[in-house]
Design a protein around this ligand. Structure first.
Ligand code: PRX
Length: 655
């Protein structure tokens, strides 16, 4: 397991917080001390950022670990906290969302308008039979209605499960089935790379696939592109004909602090995605607190997170965290290079963005395009930059800071996970000196540690496994429908510690450097993919006998999917045609992001004597190969390495 832990490059740069930012920062150094002295009192203080319909009686109930209850007995409505209370406080005219569509259409939505639309959507869902506790699937492009749909579900206490619009109908079907969703909210399509890309047909496909198991009663369809889509008059309703005509009066009900807020599916080490369950009070407290503290959000800031709402970053730092703080933000539908490669920077200039949050893979792509592109735009409004999804390599960090941040802006490298719900390890922009490539230290209130195989903290300068020692408010509560898998996956490795699945190093100064996953989970463009899930997709193809998948280093995407397959005799010698067929098959089973960058057809896979595939060896092969000459090397170096590996005695961890 520890074979992926390597030492990060030491980098000489350290950036201190700018003096003016430090002087006025929301979170100052004393927060670390206060949280260390009394962690629960610190979290109780953060809970005051949220409006409670009824106060909590206890901060944390941890009598039945690992099942936590935060802000016990408190009553709360997440939608009220994100919308109504800002209107009640007199900020109804403040823009909540500056929507920018890919074709260039724009729409500014104030908090008052958001409140009306969320109320209308809640009334519509209620009319369609949605009650507190029912699950609603959301499969949408990045348009304001996606945010409205999430908040409407939260308002009704109906947990949403947002399925990334880039996932296939198969992936949608399996998620709908797993959480037994009764409604899907979707759109005819969305704009991507200059074209209208359909979504609704995938919903129809998913429902058809589910057949008699289909739990979906209704599909609510937003008209975004106007393209022709199949419509079932009994089951399907248009958003504009229902939500658009519904009453704007809706009184939010207060739910228990532990009422489920959403289920977000993410890849684990098995073939089936896990439904990560987040509940209301603790999640809202931590996302609101970290948004305020880590991004130093102030009234007047214009914030932009480029993540899709289909991922946890879109949930925590596009919907709940920013809106709970009454922030004004940009919501952009499309890709960074449509219609030109300066699109993001043009939006920052036009909207006066001050806080910008994106992923290292996007930064590396922009680096490739060249610094002359952002140089054409006025980016001087930016004051803090954020990074998430994987470690930001020092080169990309420096490029980001210099070319986007004008050499002025701190970068907050935020480490967290779908499971953690909110930021866990990150510098504070007004307090923590930052080293490019390091997420530095846990945010006040979080107790992260790096431990060795026995669960003992490592000394400075040593590597090990990242763990969280104490429960935190926005922690996952379980895996949907599978408490045992929750315990086994996260809490069984060392007594009383949450194991994050990441390797980490603590440097000589105690700063934390993330070293990537130590399990069979890959990180492609900041998105989590499971090797086993892609292997299952490959072997479900009739021409495949066996498959092994690894994540290989990739300059742009961090890791890329590389697959090794053994074909069945009956597949014949299909060559590149079979490879193309298999890539498409994975795209169809999971989604285009899971398509292997490369598939190598091999006669044998390297296995230990006990039959376990030695993925480490395959990773060596995948990373050392030159791009372009797949055929020759597939026979020689792959087989040489495989032969060498088969001859060598099995080493620890490979049996
Ligand atoms: O390996 C870590 C990496 O992404 C994983 C979590 O993936 P996911 O649940 O999809 O959430 C992504 C967005 C929060 C982690 O286990 N990761 C995320 N952020 C960082 C990171 N690795 C290093 N540095 C980060 N800042």
């Amino acid at each position: 397991m520890s074979d992926r832990i390597s030492n990060p490059a030491n980098d000489a740069h350290t950036f201190d917080p700018p003096a003016d930012l430090a002087a006025g920062a929301n979170l100052k150094a004393d927060a670390y001390e206060r949280a260390a002295k009394d962690r629960l009192a610190f979290w109780a203080e953060q809970a005051e950022r949220i409006s409670w319909a009824e106060p909590f009686t206890e901060v944390l109930d941890w009598t039945n670990p690992p099942f936590a209850r935060w802000f016990v007995d408190g009553k709360i409505n997440a939608s009220y906290n994100c919308v109504d209370r800002h209107v009640e406080a007199g900020h109804g005219d403040r823009v909540a969302l500056h929507f920018v569509g890919e074709p260039g259409d724009t729409r500014d939505i104030t908090y008052a308008q958001l409140k009306d639309e969320v109320s209308q959507a809640a009334n519509t869902l209620a009319q369609l039979g949605v009650q507190a506790g029912d699950r609603v699937a959301i499969y949408m492009p990045m348009i304001p209605e996606a945010v409205v749909a999430m908040l409407a579900c939260a308002r009704l206490g109906a947990p949403h499960t947002v399925v990334f619009g880039g996932f296939s109908s198969e992936a949608l079907a399996s998620r709908v089935l797993d959480c037994n969703a009764k409604i899907v909210i979707t759109a005819d399509g969305g704009y991507r790379r200059g074209a209208a890309s359909p979504l609704k047909p995938a919903v129809d496909d998913a429902i058809a696939k589910l057949g008699k198991d289909n739990p979906i009663d209704h599909v609510v369809v937003v008209r975004r592109t106007g393209q022709d889509v199949p419509f079932n008059d009994i089951r399907d309703v248009w958003w504009h004909e229902t939500v658009g005509k519904a009453s704007i009066e809706h009184t939010p009900e207060a739910f228990d602090s532990e009422h489920p807020l959403y289920v977000m599916y993410t890849s684990g080490t098995t073939g089936t995605p896990k439904g990560i369950l987040h509940t209301t009070g603790g999640y809202l407290v931590q996302t609101a607190y970290t948004f305020w503290g880590v991004f130093d959000h102030k009234p007047g800031d214009i914030y932009w997170c480029t993540a899709d709402i289909g991922w946890v970053t879109g949930h925590s730092y596009l919907v709940y965290g920013p809106l709970a703080n009454g922030a004004t933000q940009v919501l952009y539908e499309g890709t960074p290079d449509t219609p030109h490669k300066g699109r993001w920077w043009e939006i920052i200039q036009d909207k006066g963005v001050t806080l910008f949050y994106t992923a290292p893979t996007a930064i590396r792509t922009c680096m490739k395009w060249g610094e002359q592109i952002p140089a054409e735009y006025d980016l001087s409004t930016l004051r803090i930059l954020g990074s998430v999804g994987e470690s930001i390599n020092p080169e990309a960090y420096i490029w980001y800071r210099e070319n986007i941040g004008g050499g002025r802006t701190p970068i907050v490298d935020t480490w967290w996970q779908t499971e953690t719900g909110g930021h866990m390890i990150s510098p504070l922009p007004g307090v923590t000196a930052s080293k490019p490539g390091s997420a530095m230290m846990p945010v006040p209130g979080v107790t992260a540690d790096v431990v060795d195989d026995t669960g003992t903290s490592v000394s400075n300068g040593e590597s090990g496994y990242l763990v969280i020692r104490d429960p935190w408010p926005s922690m996952l509560r379980t895996i949907w429908g599978d408490d045992e898998r929750y315990k086994d996956t996260y809490w069984s490795r060392w007594e009383g510690m949450y194991f994050a699945g990441d390797g980490a190093k603590r440097d000589e100064d105690g700063a934390i450097w993330l070293l990537g996953r130590v399990d069979d989970v890959m990180n492609v463009s900041g998105h989590r993919l499971s090797t086993t899930e892609i292997e299952s997709a490959l072997v479900s193809h009739p021409k495949v006998a066996e498959a092994a998948v690894v994540g290989a280093d990739d300059d742009t995407t961090g890791q890329a999917v590389v697959a090794f397959v053994i074909l069945r005799e009956s597949a014949g010698d299909g060559g590149q045609k079979v490879v193309a067929e298999l890539r498409d098959h994975v795209g169809k089973e999971i989604g285009p992001i899971a398509k292997p960058r490369r598939i190598m057809v091999v006669p044998e896979l390297p296995k230990t004597r006990s039959g376990k595939i030695m993925r480490r060896l395959l990773r060596d092969v995948a990373e050392n190969r030159e791009v372009g000459d797949a055929t020759t090397l597939a026979d020689s170096s792959v087989m040489d390495l495989i032969a060498a590996g088969m001859a060598a005695p099995a080493t620890a961890g490979e049996n």
